[in-house]
Design a protein around this ligand. Sequence first.
Ligand code: FES
Ligand SMILES: [Fe+2]
Length: 336
Amino acid sequence: MKSPNAIEFESELKLGLRNMWYPICQSAHVKDRPLGLRRLGSDIVVWRDSRGKVHTHDDRCLHRGAKLSLGRILNDMLRCAYHGWCYDSSGQCIAIPTSHTAQVKLAPRLRLESFETQERAGLVWVFFAEDRSAAAPPLVIPEELEDPAYSGFICEAEWKASWMLILENLADPMHGPFLHGQSLTLSRGTLEDEMRTTRHPDGFLVEREGQRGVNFDWAEFYCRDSMWVRLDIPLPFGPKGILRILCFATPIDEDRSLVYFLRYRNLSGWKRAYWRFLYKTFWERQHSKVIDEDRRILESQRGAQCRIAEHLSNSDRGVTELRKLLREKIACRAPQ
Ligand code: FES
Ligand SMILES: [Fe+2]
């Protein structure tokens, strides 16, 4: 019999919460060919029209189900490689070159499922709706990403771990001085502390009570129609100060995720130029070592199985708060 304490991932969470915006790829990766991606357990095709606007649809031709991402973009249409059926940017089938009758009678009745898509801060964002006919809410992203006072870089990775484990790792500042204790950025501070969580209308804050500005000491979760985490880590030099990290996790499948760490600094003049130079020549590699430590741990947790044998302590207050928040979010969406 399953232990009463056993917690598995809620089925609504395994492939990501619906009715949310997620970053699905970098803008720079959508070029002049259709791009096939798997996100939230679905195959989608992303393409750019001649005005530069990005569109997203189900990656399945309505003729015989071939992947449209194997086709090409022709005169602002998505053209299937198999028999040449064409779709416009709204997903409407507008050409069936193999049959005049089908072109006249069938094509007008066929439309690909489409997703609301936006490009912001160098990323392509898609709204994964439960009900595709409903309009998407405005996309809210961290203000640093569009504030000219900040300058930053995108770090993208694919991990063999559930997006839930990625979020839980971000809600757990106490792992900083242990897992990353050999790093240049996260080796300082005490190894024991009390944790505090504070709810706010858009999410919650988890923080160490005993220290600030020393290690990964706090994380702020935003969870409304998009979900992201804000945190700071101190840089000891180059130039010394705070590195702000905006984190996003997008499920690929139940046990694979796309992660983004957008690293931003509020610097101007020579300090900005110096940091940008050092980032490319030095810091990027150092930060990669740190997130690779996270990746190895999360991939070792074997998905939801880790929850069956877990024993949470006071230092896991952020993890508990995150789970509570997500359960509330699921509950308020459930049909009454
Ligand atoms: S499967 Fe796409 S045109 Fe035939
Ligand atoms: Fe970490």
